[in-house]
Structure formats: structure tokens, C-alpha cells
Write a protein that binds this ligand. Structure first.
Ligand SMILES: Cc1ncc(COP(=O)(O)O)c(C=O)c1O
Length: 420
């Protein structure tokens, strides 16, 4: 790390040295006890049982079901396949209501199955579905609602549940971000007809790649198990259409090892979040998205909202300044799903207007956290944000005067748009 950033000339965009030699990423994987992982990998190699419902997958499923407090856990190769399997097992069809403020996998899982995602707005300050907008979006073709607990912050589960019951709709939650979190003190994973976790490398708990369906519905769980394994009910006995959604043993070994470090990950994440909170206090126009301290949170996402009218600096310019310093802050989520293909050019979505989604998507910036990020790093990141907001007029003037900074901005946007 370089010395403090005291004036604008110290910023890399304006000729100073980058704040960090090594790039800081959002979602840099948390790695638990390596010895334990290698021991498990040795064991699975000795057993020569690499996939197909092996002992580690079964153990992971058992432990997750216990931890979440549900009857069934079905581990999968990733959360996208888990969503597809859940949507099919729940027999959704026609139209399904989803937020647009989510990772595109939520919408794509529906579309992949020939279902029309109906994008619905969020209710600020929550980044999640607005239940009143959901109810307004219901038509005779609606068969379900897929809520997303964005950044691990729970949806208004009770309101969505009431709506789903009143209209005889299935209710599924994309809980990709929410492993280890609670809603009204109850563990996320227990709600709706089923919930889906992601254990992708960038997630709070990772199994390299992976996911899980959790549910108390015996029939749905049985269907999901069949579908995960090509519809095989036993040797040579295919009883339904299916796909290959199996989790491998090495992924389960990583999942189990991560699970054992979960408390440590939460402790570090919470300390980082609190440190960001202190350091950003008083930085004009930068609002740290708060966690509800009454709940258990995994604190995996540190997200700020940039109010350009107060900072004088656009979110995209702030992102560009941070990237120049080797801080890969990310726009999670930007743009809303209804602004990307295939939805953007589908005439059925031409009239979709989601002002709260658009407003939040234009402001958010996700900052690096996790076990590889130290308090000193956080202080430095916040110092940069404070410096540029305090000198916003000067920053804008310098950017306007230097065409080469504009070129690098296009690169940043390109990379951000195509990365995750
Ligand atoms: C909200 C949400 N849903 C679904 C997914 C897909 O998860 P996976 O990468 O495990 O398929 C992600 C991954 O980033 C996500 O953020």
C-alpha cells in the first residue's frame, strides 16, 4: 500500500501511485482450513467416489438442512441450475413475478424454462420486491413469485407469503446471498415453497461452484432429487425428465470446510462492515446500506449508495477513480434485468417502468470485504472516497480537461459490464 492520499494529485487517475499494488476484489473467496480441505480431498481420492451423491454431498446436505432447520436439502452444481430445478419441480408456468434488481440468473432461470419473468419494482430503502407492486402485477397467467434476498437482506417474507396464499401462487426465494441470515429471527431457507442458496466462489459460503435447494415440501424435494440426476429413480429406471445438476465430491469437501469456518467469516465481515461504517461517517452523499442488527447477518456485502446531488461525483466516476487505485468496486446490480437481453428488445417489456429499481441501480457500489481485506485497506478506500467528495468540483474539472481519463473510463465500464 502507498502513503496517504492527501490531495488530488495523489490519485492514480491524476498521476499519483495506485493506492494498492495488488488488486482488491469484491467477492474474493473466503478459504477455510486448508489442511482439513486437503485431508478431505485425499479421502475422496482414496475412495474413488468423485460424484453421484457421494458421502461428502450427503454430509453437506445433512448439515445444511440441520443448520437451516428444514427437512430437505438438495445440493446442486450451482444456484442457477438449482433455481431451474426448483421452478420446474414447483410446476411453474406462464408468468412468474421477479425483481429486476437482481443478478440476471434469477430471470434467466425462468426464461430458460419458457416462463415469462414479470419484472416488479422494489420498495426503498429495501433493495427487495415491493409486495404491493407484486400484487398489482398478478394476472390470470401468474403461477408464482420468485423473491430475492438481495445482499442477504431478507424480503418482506410475510407480505409475499400472504399474497401468494391469497392468489394460490407458488412462492420461491432466491437466497443466493443469504446463507446464514435470518428473517424475524428465523433462518432464511425455511420460507416459501423452497429457497435456493448459491455456493459460488464469490459467495459468503463457497464450494468452488455449488448451490442448494432447501424445502419442507416432501413432494417438491423428491421431484428435485430426480430432476437433479436426469430423472433416474434407480439403476436403469428413468421416471421423469431431468438434467445434470449434481454437486461433485470435491465441491462438497470445500462446502463442508467452508461451513466449519462460517462463524469466523461472519466475525471478519461484521468487523469490516462496522469499520466501513465508522470511516464513511460524515462522507457527504455516501450512504452505507445498513444491516438490520436485530437479525443474524452474514455481512458479506458492503454496499454504498452514491447520491450524486450531494457528492458532486457520479457513481460511475467514483467507480472509475477506485478502479484506478486497484479497488475493483462493483455495480451490483446494474443495470436492472429488464435493461439487458433478451428482455430489453422483447416488445413485451417495452412499457416496463421500474423507477425505484433504476434509481438504486444508478447509485450502488459494492466495496471489497471478506477475509482478505484488512482494516487498514478499508481506511484507505474510505480516505479516497472522502477526498474526492470533498473536492468534487475540482475532480470533475480535471476529468473534463484530460481526455485520457475518459478513455480509461470506457475500459472500466466495458470490464464491469462483462464481468460479474
Ligand atoms: C441473486 C443471485 N441469484 C443467482 C445467482 C446464481 O448463482 P450461481 O453462480 O451459483 O449459479 C447469483 C450469483 O451471482 C446471484 O447473485
Amino acid at each position: 500500500m502507498t502513503a496517504m492520499k492527501l490531495c488530488l494529485d495523489d490519485l492514480h487517475l491524476f498521476g499519483g501511485p495506485a493506492a494498492f499494488e495488488n488488486t482488491l476484489h469484491v467477492g474474493r473467496p473466503n478459504v477455510g482450513n486448508r489442511d482439513r480441505l486437503f485431508q478431505r480431498i485425499d479421502d475422496l481420492l482414496d475412495r474413488r467416489w468423485l460424484t453421484n451423491n457421494g458421502p461428502y454431498v450427503l454430509e453437506l446436505e445433512r448439515r445444511i438442512a440441520n443448520l437451516v432447520g428444514v427437512k430437505h436439502c438438495i445440493a446442486t452444481s450451482n444456484a442457477t441450475v438449482a433455481l431451474e430445478i426448483t421452478i420446474k419441480a414447483a410446476e411453474l408456468s406462464g408468468e412468474v413475478i421477479v425483481p429486476s434488481f437482481t443478478f440476471v440468473a434469477t430471470a434467466h432461470a425462468l426464461r430458460w424454462l419458457g416462463i415469462t419473468p414479470i419484472f416488479c419494482d422494489i420498495s426503498p430503502p429495501s433493495p427487495n420486491l415491493d409486495p404491493r407492486a407484486v400484487e398489482r402485477a398478478i394476472t390470470p397467467s401468474t403461477t408464482g413469485i420468485v423473491g430475492v434476498h438481495v445482499w442477504g437482506k431478507p424480503c418482506d417474507v410475510d407480505a409475499l407469503d400472504t399474497i401468494a396464499r391469497r392468489h394460490h401462487l407458488k412462492l420461491i426465494f432466491d437466497a443466493a446471498h443469504a446463507f446464514g441470515c435470518t428473517y424475524h429471527g428465523r433462518t432464511i431457507g425455511q420460507f416459501g415453497d423452497a429457497e435456493v442458496f448459491s455456493f459460488h466462489a464469490t459467495k459468503f459460503l463457497n464450494s468452488f461452484e455449488g448451490g442448494a435447494i432447501v424445502t419442507n415440501d416432501d413432494a417438491l424435494a423428491a421431484q428435485a432429487r430426480l430432476m437433479r440426476n436426469f430423472g433416474f429413480a434407480g439403476y436403469d429406471d428413468v421416471v421423469s425428465v431431468g438434467t445434470n445438476g449434481k454437486m461433485s465430491e470435491v465441491c462438497a469437501a470445500m462446502g463442508l470446510t467452508s461451513l466449519e469456518s462460517m462463524d469466523e467469516f461472519i466475525e471478519v465481515n461484521e468487523e469490516n462492515y462496522q469499520h466501513y461504517r465508522r470511516e464513511l461517517d460524515g462522507v457527504r452523499g455516501i450512504r452505507l446500506s445498513p444491516y438490520d442488527e436485530r437479525e443474524r447477518n452474514n455481512y458479506h456485502y458492503v454496499v454504498v449508495e452514491v447520491d450524486e446531488s450531494a457528492t458532486g461525483i457520479s457513481r460511475d466516476l467514483l467507480q472509475r477513480i477506485l478502479w484506478a487505485e486497484n479497488v475493483r468496486a462493483r455495480r451490483y446490480f446494474y443495470p436492472g434485468c429488464h435493461h439487458v437481453e433478451p428482455y430489453r428488445s422483447d416488445p413485451r417489456y417495452a412499457g416496463v417502468c421500474l423507477p425505484n429499481t433504476d434509481r438504486l441501480a444508478a447509485r450502488v457500489l459494492s466495496l471489497p470485504t471478506g477475509t482478505t481485506v484488512t482494516k487498514t485497506m478499508i481506511t484507505k478506500i474510505c480516505e479516497i472516497m472522502r477526498l474526492v467528495t470533498e473536492h468534487s468540483a475540482d475532480v470533475n474539472e480535471r476529468v473534463r480537461a484530460r481526455p485520457e481519463t475518459k478513455r480509461s473510463f470506457r475500459d472500466v465500464v466495458e470490464m464491469a459490464a462483462h464481468g460479474r
